[in-house]
Structure formats: C-alpha cells, structure tokens
Ligand binder design. Structure first.
Ligand code: GDP
Length: 363
C-alpha cells in the first residue's frame, strides 16, 4: 500500500510528538485492579457493604466458567450464615403497567425510610448487547443514583432455571452486604413469575384498570400466586376506573381458595408517577411481614422454598447425569426401534434401562 494514502488532511503531522504518558504505570494498575480478591477477603468486604466487591462477586456468581462457579460456591457458603435478614418482594406485571416507574417511586420511598434496597431482575430472554428490559438502570434514573439502592439487571444468555439459581445466589450476596429490602422484578407473561414466587416472601402483582385480565395477559394462575394486587396509574381521569377495577378484583379474589399463610390478599390502587399510595403499599408489606412472622408462616415458607430448591436441583442434576451416561444412551438407542415396532412395551423398556442403571451403580 502506498504511503500517499496516509497523506490526507486527517493524518497526524510529522514533528508532533506524542505527549508522554501522564502515568506510565496506568496500564499496570488497571490490570491489577481487575484481579480478583481472594474469596476470604471478598466475603469480608461484602460484609462491610463494599459495593464494588459486591458487583465483582455478582459477576463471579453469574459466570458460567467452571472455575468461577467453584469460587462463587465457596463465597456463597461463607456468606450464607449472614443472609436472610431482609424482606424479599417479587413484582410482576405486563410490559407498560409501570413496573420500573413503580420500583423507582417505591424504592425512593423505602430508602427514604432508611432501608437499603437491591433491585434484581428475572428475564431469561434478556441479552446485555440488546439491552435488558428489566432491572435497567436507565429506566430508574433517580434510584440508580441513590447510595442506598443497588440495581442489577438480569444475567444474560441463561435458561430460566439458570437465571433463577443465579438470582437466588445474588440475593444471598446482597443480604450479606446489608440490603434489607430485595425486589425481584419480572414480566408477567410467562413462566418466570413462578420462579420469582419461589424465591420471595411477598409477591406483588401490578395491574391496570380499564382492561380485562385477558387483555393484560395475566393468567388466573398468576393472580392466585399474588399476595397483593396493586392497580397502578390511578391518577387523573383514571381514578374512577381504577376504583372500579379494584372492586372487580376484590370480588374475583373471593372465589379463590384461602392462602396457606392465612393472609387475605388486599387490592390497592396507586399512582407510581404521582407517588400516590406508595406508602400504603409499603405499609401493606410490613403488615404482611408482621402477620406472617407472628403466625410462623414467614419462616416456614422460607424453609419450604429451600427444600424445594434442593429437590429441584436433585431432579435436574440426576436427569442430566442419567441421560449423559454413554451406556444408558446406547441402551436407549437399542430399545427405541423395538418400542416403535411394537415388540417391546415402553414400560418394560423403562425397566430394562433402570436395571442397566442399577448395574452401572454397582460397578
Ligand atoms: P414497565 O414496562 O412495566 O416497566 O412500565 P414503565 O414503568 O416503563 O411505564 C410505562 C408507561 O406508563 C410510561 O410511559 C410511564 O410513564 C407510564 N406510567 C407508569 N406509571 C404511571 C402512573 O402511575 N400513572 C400514569 N399516568 N402513567 C404511568
């Protein structure tokens, strides 16, 4: 290539020397800064509420590398005894219902009371490159600059099960760092609300007035999971409609079976944008905590959740180990044609595979 090509007006003129680096060690320091602290020290700094280390720890937890997973596990084990001292709130609702506006107003109110708030998201479809819909700091401008709030978007590129596990671990880290109110946000259109329900103490369903449930895409099952329904956008011309929707939801809830907690699911209206009734929503959550702590359900529920996680983990892990086994794979491949042509019953085939598994176990 000819040198002439570079002789354009945009090229650097000869004779203009590059200024010396202001800090010749800058790069070296940068590299050092990225080095991870030993797990012991990470745990200590998290317990002191160090947010930089908390963020690093979350990145470690979210990593899919085997080495990082082992380190994250060690960290979680160290911090588990210091976690749990929070109220975990799940918030769901269809896109546009006002989740981020609500979390911003609610979050500012809660930190104003002296609490420390972490906002996490469960959104298995999110990819960081495309920008996550949930837990996005740009959607919660005021809260993202609040020193008592910590916002973390959903980890990307994972299955729902993967996101769920990581989010549970992130909750542990945030609690150990002193966050005493945890919000887990999700979109109320798929399976993710069941997962959120499985990791929170209180599940809040945000709704809109003037639209039937079908229009809001909220399934009956999700309403049944709710510990409270809050109808947002109860402001301006919408107040009457919101109150009407409130009475409709109250009537609908009366048809549902009573909650195991003994709690009667309230329906409230609020305006996230005008900050109306936000205090009442927090008051209701506090009331729930007092009520369920009083009758023992709060603790019982958390214990149930931990046992369920244990079973779920065993189930998925055992199935994976089973189907990854080469001998089992070969045996299945051998039996399938016989099942297909009707010479072997699927149940007998299943028993043959089980015998094979037991045989493998004995070896
Ligand atoms: P999300 O998709 O559920 O997170 O919803 P957003 O918080 O992004 O809100 C969707 C739209 O509804 C935005 O234009 C908000 O300004 C508006 N919005 C949110 N809360 C309220 C409210 O309480 N009243 C009114 N009138 N509009 C609201």
């Amino acid at each position: 290539m000819s040198d002439d090509l570079f002789k354009s007006a945009l090229s650097e003129r000869e004779g203009v020397a590059q200024p010396p680096s202001v800090n010749p060690y800058w790069k070296k320091n940068q590299r050092k800064k990225k080095e991870k602290l030993p797990i012991e020290q990470m745990a200590e700094r998290i317990l002191l509420g160090d947010r930089t280390v908390l963020s690093q720890a979350i990145t470690l937890v979210e990593s899919i590398s085997v080495e990082h997973t082992a380190m994250a596990q060690e960290l979680i084990d160290k911090l588990l005894p210091y976690s749990g001292n929070s109220v975990r709130i799940g918030i769901t609702g269809v896109p546009g219902v006002g989740k981020s506006t609500f979390i911003e107003s609610f979050g500012k109110y809660v930190t104003g009371l002296g609490h420390k708030l972490a906002v996490l998201a469960i959104d298995p479809s999110s990819e960081r490159s495309k920008g996550s819909i949930l837990g996005d700091k740009t959607r919660m401008e005021e809260l993202s600059t609040d020193p008592d709030a910590f916002i973390r978007p959903s980890p990307s590129g994972l299955t729902l099960g993967g996101v769920a596990r990581k989010t549970r671990e992130v909750i542990t880290l945030c609690e150990a760092a002193g966050f005493d109110v945890i919000i887990v946000e999700t979109v109320g259109v798929g399976q993710s609300e069941t997962v959120v329900k499985s990791m929170v103490d209180f599940f809040l369903l945000l709704m809109l007035s003037g639209a039937g449930d079908e229009l809001q895409g909220i399934k009956r099952g999700i309403m049944e999971m709710a510990d409270a329904i809050v109808i947002n956008k109860a402001d301006g011309d919408n107040v009457d409609k919101a109150n009407f929707a409130k009475s409709q939801y109250q009537a609908a809830l009366r048809l549902f079976p009573p909650c195991e907690s003994g709690w009667e699911v309230p329906v409230k209206t609020c305006s996230a944008i005008k900050k109306i009734n936000i205090d009442a929503v927090w008051g209701m959550i506090e009331e729930y905590r007092n009520f369920t702590t009083g009758n023992g359900y709060f603790d019982h529920h958390r214990k149930q959740q931990s046992v369920k996680i244990f079973y779920d983990w065993m189930e998925t892990t055992l199935v994976t180990i089973f189907f990854d086994n080469q001998k089992i794979k070969e045996e299945i491949d051998r039996l399938i044609p016989e099942i297909q042509n009707g010479t072997l019953s699927p149940y007998i085939a299943g028993n043959i595979i089980l015998d094979q598994m037991k045989e493998n176990g004995r070896k």
